[in-house]
Design a protein around this ligand. Structure first.
Ligand SMILES: [Zn+2]
Length: 305
């Protein structure tokens, strides 16, 4: 079975504390992975304050141990305390990371993109992407080649703005297999490699996970033998409060013969003309608040990769 690990980094604390631990763990196992970094300010406190108004939020806070996972500094960042930079606060760490792993961008202002994508004008969207690319170039002296949308949220306008960057691929949606996005009748050139597995915070506390012999067994049951599996983890979750569980899961997957890949390796092997076409639709997932962007089902466009 083939598995690409996609590691999203949403916050200053996630980059400072979670990424070094994940980097050491993956290096110890000699496993490849792709990190996507939010390049701009850490306004995660705003997301938490907004989330407080959602029904069921406090239950989820308890279920996922959000305070121990994020810490109060992150929860208040951008609200009572000033927003801290994320990527630009740790350029040396990121260059060290990029020596072994693929590093792409996870938006500029993660909270603004995730919460307000439909309020952003075309110019606003282009500005977010330009700021993210500029911060990336300031750190790596090269342009970003990949993008993962904050909160798996895109819009037709955002996808058109992303298309102008000429990236090697995007990983913005949830779905079944790599595809080409059809947006208002136009087929985009940039391949989309969706996340195929549920995230840990979506499944924590579910009877299905509780019934599985281990976290690795839970994921192995969900993985496809034939198609590429893409699993998103978070520096703030698997890198911090759930690090031990993730480390054990990773060791088990490796011992059971799972082949790990980087998303840029996957993208290099894709032939765009052979990829299925799919609309990008809005959907909801068990265990996740609000909508996400998803690969629309289409029986006439079967997966082959
Ligand atoms: Zn994120």
């Amino acid at each position: 079975m083939r598995l690409a690990l996609k590691i999203d980094v949403d916050t200053h604390q996630g980059l400072r504390d979670g990424v070094p631990r994940l980097m050491r763990l993956l290096r110890d196992h000699q496993l490849p992975a792709t990190f996507f970094i939010a390049m701009g300010p850490d306004n995660s406190g705003r997301a938490v304050m907004r989330a407080f108004r959602n029904p069921g939020f406090l239950t989820k806070m308890r279920r996922t141990r959000a305070v121990s996972m994020y810490g109060w500094r992150t929860i208040l960042s951008g609200t009572l305390l000033p927003a801290r930079p994320i990527a630009l606060a740790f350029p040396d760490l990121l260059r060290d990371l990029a020596a072994t792993f693929e590093v792409g961008i996870h938006g500029y202002d993660h909270v603004l993109w995730q919460d307000h994508i439909d309020d952003l004008s075309d110019a606003d969207l282009r500005a977010e992407l330009a700021e993210a690319a500029e911060a990336y170039r300031a750190i790596f002296a090269t342009s970003p080649r990949s993008f993962a949308a904050p909160g798996w949220r895109v819009s037709p306008a955002a996808m058109r703005a992303l298309e102008r960057l000429g990236l090697d691929y995007r990983s913005d949606t949830r779905g079944r297999c790599p595809y080409r996005c059809r947006v208002d009748g136009e087929v985009l050139r940039t391949p989309e490699i969706p996340t195929t597995l549920p995230t840990l915070d979506e499944v924590l506390g579910t009877p299905e996970l509780a019934a599985a012999p281990s976290l690795a067994d839970f994921y192995l049951r969900r993985m496809s033998e034939d198609l590429l599996n893409v699993h998103t983890i978070h520096a703030e979750t698997e890198g911090l409060a759930h690090f031990d569980a993730f480390a054990e899961c990773l060791a088990t997957l490796r011992a059971r013969g799972v082949e790990f890949l980087r998303l840029d390796q996957v993208a290099a092997g894709l032939h765009a003309a052979e990829l299925p076409l799919a609309e990008v639709v809005r959907a909801t997932l068990p265990g996740r608040a609000g909508w996400i962007s998803a690969q629309a089902p289409d029986p006439l466009q079967p997966c082959s990769i």
